[in-house]
Structure formats: structure tokens, C-alpha cells
Design a protein around this ligand. Sequence first.
Ligand SMILES: O=C(O)CCC(=O)C(=O)O
Ligand SMILES: [Fe+2]
Length: 361
Amino acid sequence: MARAGVADTVKTWANAARGLALGRNEKPAILPVSRPGAPNVVDADIPVDIGCIKVFRSENFPESGPTPWLDQPDAAETIERRLARGELTPKQAEMCRFWVENGYYVARGAVDPDTIDAAWAAYEAAIARGDITLAPEKATDDDPHPGRYLNPHLKVEELDHLLEHPVLFNFSSMVLGRRAIPFQTIASHKGSQQSEHSDSIHMTTYPLGYLAACWVAMEDIHADSGPLVYYPGSHRLPYVFSHDVGISTEDFREKGYAAYAERYEPAIKHTIAEHGIAPQRFLAKKGDVLFWHANLLHGGSPRNDVSRSRKALVHHYFAEGCVCYHDLSATTSAVHGPVESLPTCGALSPDIKRRSQIVRS
Ligand SMILES: O=C(O)CCC(=O)C(=O)O
Ligand SMILES: [Fe+2]
């Protein structure tokens, strides 16, 4: 996208953002129809025999649709058509239009404070019991807060229930256009200070774009705690994968995240500067939620005051009917179980034309 395009969009939609909110009483989005009896089938225009993919990196998959409905060139018309048919409420249509342009959405007060407090207390109790052990991950010697924890919902029932919270699940399903399936959760006591990135290099889908994330503020977020930052409109820039920035499978195996810090992070900083996209900070109140698109650039801003906590819970959902893997580490996602159980995509189709198109790498 041209430099002016993204910058103009950002200005236009910064105003529109005010006043848009998904209240608790908002009618949930109409769920996409899921095909009964076919939960493990990959819905891609180009069939791929997943069993033949030996290295799960984006360059080993074909460029295939379908593109998520809100990323398609006719998204605006589709939204109006669904609105006219009563499949979307006027408010949901407004959210979808905002998503198309900006790649994020802020839902103020989406989760009620009592639910938040109960979920966080249960997380702390699991830590106190020793069910969960947090690494110190000290940013400075005097950093009093512990590190992040991956997939706490597998240990804490209250966090597991939050994955099905109607606002979080329905919004994610609405923008994905398919049923949202939990991919991963992350709980944190403090700011991540993570460099800007798109989640798609870490959590990748085939076909591309079927990931949606939400960040739930588990307390009021102070400006000096290192709030989440995001770059409106950046989701419309091209996806950048390991291959695009010269990180080979061996590079990651040998150097790990040093290879990512060396090649990927500077490339993304360069892209942001080149397109002149201004960051926004998520200065949330407890229970506010920020949703973002699979390719929206975001990160953790510097923690100006390390004594301040920044309690948050992130959900990453993928959509039913896609393959999930990790481009950077070239591994399949645990959500699929062992590789042998990965869905084949058209490989068993009775349609010979479809079978002959199967890509084998
Ligand atoms: O919480 C943060 O600062 C960043 C989180 C993030 O990038 C993610 O969970 O995808
Ligand atoms: Fe992220």
C-alpha cells in the first residue's frame, strides 16, 4: 500500500473510532455456519496434502484463498448485503467496516470487572499453589514482576471459561467468518516490551489470515506501565514471513530468537517508518478488550516505570477449517495433535481434478 494510503486511513478512522464500543448487552454476532461432521477438513482453494509438507514454513504452502471475507476487495458490499439481510446488526456492520479499514477494534467494558477479578484471583491462586511457575524474566535488576505464562487456560478453569466469553468468541468468529477456535492464551503481570510484529510469523494459518487476537485488560492500564501499541491500517501491508527476511530453518534452529531480532524486527521497524504509520497505545480500563487482525503490527511499549504492573490476558483464535503452524520455528501447532492426525486438504477428494491439483512439496 502506498505511504499516503495508510496514513490517510489512520487519520480518517481515528475519529470514527470514538464512540464505537461493544457493550455487554450487544446482540452477539451471527455465527458462521460450520459444516457438521467435517471439523477436520481444511477449506482452501488449493488442496494440499498436509502429510507431504515436511517443513512447515509459509514458502512451502501455495498462495491460496479463500481470503477471509473482510479482507476481500468487495468486503464493503458484502457487509451491506449481510446488513440488509439482517445477518448483521447495524452496530456489527459498523464494527466490520472499522475492521476492514483499521485491522483492530476496541470493545470498552466488554468483560465485567467481577469476572476479571475472579479469573485473575484464580490465576494467582494457581501460582501460589505451585500449579503454575513463572520465570522472573527481569527487565531490570529492580523489576518486581514475574514473567508471562503460555496457555494458563489449560491449568485455570476460570481462564478457560473466558475463552468462550460471548463477546470475545463472537467478535472473533464474526471477523474470521468462521467459528473461532482457541489457539493459545498468554497471561502477563507486566509489559512485554516486545518489538513490533505481526502474529502471523509466530502463528500462521493455511489459508492465510485466519487468526484473530484479543487483549483483555485485567486491571486499569497506566501509561508508564508499557501499554500495548498497535499500528492502525498496517494489516493491509504484505505479510512478512521468515523466508522474506532471510531467516532459514537452520538459522532459527541454531540461533533461535537472535535470528528473529537480527532480521525480522529491523525489517518491520523499517516498514513502519517507510509507510509513516503512527502507533496508538491501548490505555485500557479493566475489562476493556482490543481485538486485532492476523497481520496487524503491534508490540509492547517501553516500561517507563518498572514498578507498575500491566496485567493482561491475550487470546489467539484461529478459524475452523485451516491448518495452523509456526512459520518462524517451522513446526506444526499443538492444536492439531501429532502430525499424522493433521487434516488432509482435498487429498482424499473423490473429484479427480481436485486430487490432481494437490501440491506436494
Ligand atoms: O502484550 C504485549 O505487550 C504483546 C502481546 C503480543 O504481541 C501477543 O500476544 O501477540
Ligand atoms: Fe503479538
